[in-house]
Design a protein around this ligand. Structure first.
Ligand code: IMP
Length: 499
């Protein structure tokens, strides 16, 4: 039996989610499963904030809202009802696909019920972040995600369907703008105008000196998008169910990571959708019990975080967090041309890991904060996303003398009541709690293991991996009771081992 057949034996619906803070390599795994198994790939959460890198031979593609099955001509790609949909961003993505010679016509469907991102969402996102001070800043991607989902729950949101009905769109748009205008009137008009000059806001096309937003310009532009995308807009919930009933293999593509989930993550330093299997299934038009295989993706031996918020195993701690929010990749390359992963200075170690793993935001280009694999956090994510894991990026640590794993935390904060338990300084936590007032006081307990000799990227069979790497994988398995199903040893489809 082929490797992938062993993995998907008896599976009709599978899902790929991240058990960390995102950027763990979901895109590669989705593309791999799409090339060998899936008939349909469905995105259910997030939007243009995601950046999923796919590499097939010489072709490198970064998908943002369009599902990662798009490089496979035989696969239907569906943007589900739970997605925050920015038509400008999606049209740009489609244009990029066209320019690369990738055919998508007939391979893409968009839910009529996906939540529409409007210019005011991008403005609110950017202005709020710019005005935030100290701990109020989230470090968002500036793609309007939070404000769009907020409007949905505040019952003033618009959907993709509205782009096809001009009068309804205009009425809902005016209603939606009311509360935004009250807030934006308080800001310096010059600042608002500057924000609205951004290319993501069509270079000022929607700005009006009198009313801040030129309603007619927004209506016209969104009607144009409605016409451009019209043939792809449909009831995708029904489509997904019908395809399952017809015996097709359906793959759900997660975005971001469990610790960024609005419901399970390190709130408020999260995104605004539920990145867990539950949110993903719902946003794809299904229930989590419909999914027979959930691959929880775990980057190891290191992990990353982008944006603000606690990160207990961060290499270089606060200095790293600050550096990443204030420096660019270019500056880092100039300042640390020869950083080594086994440097005795943890901050430099973090820089070296970032450089070795290419850990710079696929959407924003920001340096990603780097830290050691955190098992308390993984145990917490596995409660919701289940025990089947895919480990990724292991090859980045080839030839590093030692690797560390965080096996538990020591709580080092003041007495604090959390979830019915009073925490005291010195308490040991095996499983993370996403409460940031706990997490920011958690110091990791590490075990150190010997590293392994590379190169490992092109090894195809688990038994051929260096013994120390197998021991490392086994250590994760036995410390979490996980079932490790897949190891991704590089960005290419064929750099994948089914365990
Ligand atoms: P937003 O989703 O743009 O509102 O950003 C909220 C938080 O989620 C910020 O810390 C972002 O850095 C983080 N975030 C959003 N999307 C991604 C992603 O795809 N990878 C990693 N972090 C993300």
């Amino acid at each position: 039996m082929k490797d992938i057949e062993r993995l998907t034996n008896g599976v009709r619906v599978a899902a790929v989610v991240c058990n960390q803070w995102g950027d763990s390599g979901k895109g590669k795994l989705v593309d791999w499963l799409a090339s060998e198994w899936a008939d349909v790939v469905v995105r259910g959460t997030g939007g243009g904030n995601a950046g999923h890198t796919i590499k097939v031979g010489d072709l490198v593609h970064i998908a943002h809202t369009v599902p990662c099955g798009i490089l496979n001509p035989a696969v239907m790609n569906i943007i589900g009802n739970g997605v925050a949909f920015d038509p400008r961003g999606v049209c740009e993505e489609l244009e990029e696909l066209r320019a690369k010679g990738i055919k998508y016509s007939g391979n893409l469907l968009i839910s009529h019920n996906a939540k529409l991102i409007l210019p005011q969402h991008l403005v609110m996102d950017r202005i709020r972040e710019a005005a935030a001070s100290g701990g109020e800043k989230i470090g968002t991607t500036g793609r309007g995600i939070g404000p769009a989902y907020t409007d949905h729950y505040a019952r003033v949101g618009l959907t993709v369907n509205d782009m096809q009905n001009k009068d309804v769109f205009a009425r809902k748009l005016r209603r939606n703008l009311k509360d935004k205008l009250v807030l934006l009137e308080k800001f310096d008009r010059g600042v608002v105008e500057k924000v609205m000059q951004h290319p993501h806001l069509e270079g000022g096309m929607f700005f009006s000196r009198e009313g801040i937003f030129d309603v007619d310009a927004i209506v016209e532009r969104y009607m144009e998008y409605g016409r451009m995308l019209g043939g792809t807009i449909t009831d995708t919930d029904k489509e997904v169910r019908d395809r399952i009933d017809n015996g097709e293999n359906v793959l759900l593509e997660g975005a971001q990571g469990h610790m960024l989930s609005i419901d399970y993550g390190s709130y408020p330093y999260v995104t605004s959708s539920d990145c867990s299997i539950q949110g993903l299934a719902k946003g794809a038009g299904l229930e989590d019990i419909d999914v027979q295989l959930i691959l929880g993706v775990v980057k190891a031996p290191y992990m990353t975080r982008v944006g603000e918020g606690p990160f207990p195993t961060e290499m270089g701690g606060e200095a790293s967090a600050k550096w990443c929010s204030t420096h660019t990749r270019k500056e880092e390359e100039e300042d640390y041309p020869n950083a080594l992963i086994d440097d005795s200075n943890e901050f430099v170690q973090g820089v070296a890991v970032r450089r070795a793993g290419g850990e710079y935001g696929a959407t924003t280009g920001r340096p990603r904060r780097t830290g050691w694999l955190d098992l308390p956090l993984l145990r917490y994510a596995m409660r919701t996303n289940g025990s089947e894991l895919a480990l990724t990026k292991l090859q980045v640590f080839d030839d590093v003398p030692e690797v560390k794993i965080c096996t538990s935390y020591v709580y080092q904060g003041p007495e604090y009541l959390c979830g019915g338990r009073t925490l005291h300084c010195g308490d040991i936590l095996d499983t993370a709690t996403p409460d940031i007032d706990v997490m920011k006081h958690c110091k990791p307990n590490y075990v150190t293991m010997p590293g392994w000799k590379g190169p490992t990227a092109d090894i195809k069979d688990y038994r051929d991996l260096p013994e120390n790497l197998q021991k490392y994988v086994h250590a994760i398995r036995s410390a979490t009771n996980a079932s490790i199903r897949v190891l991704s040893m590089g960005p290419e489809r064929n750099q994948t081992i089914v365990v």
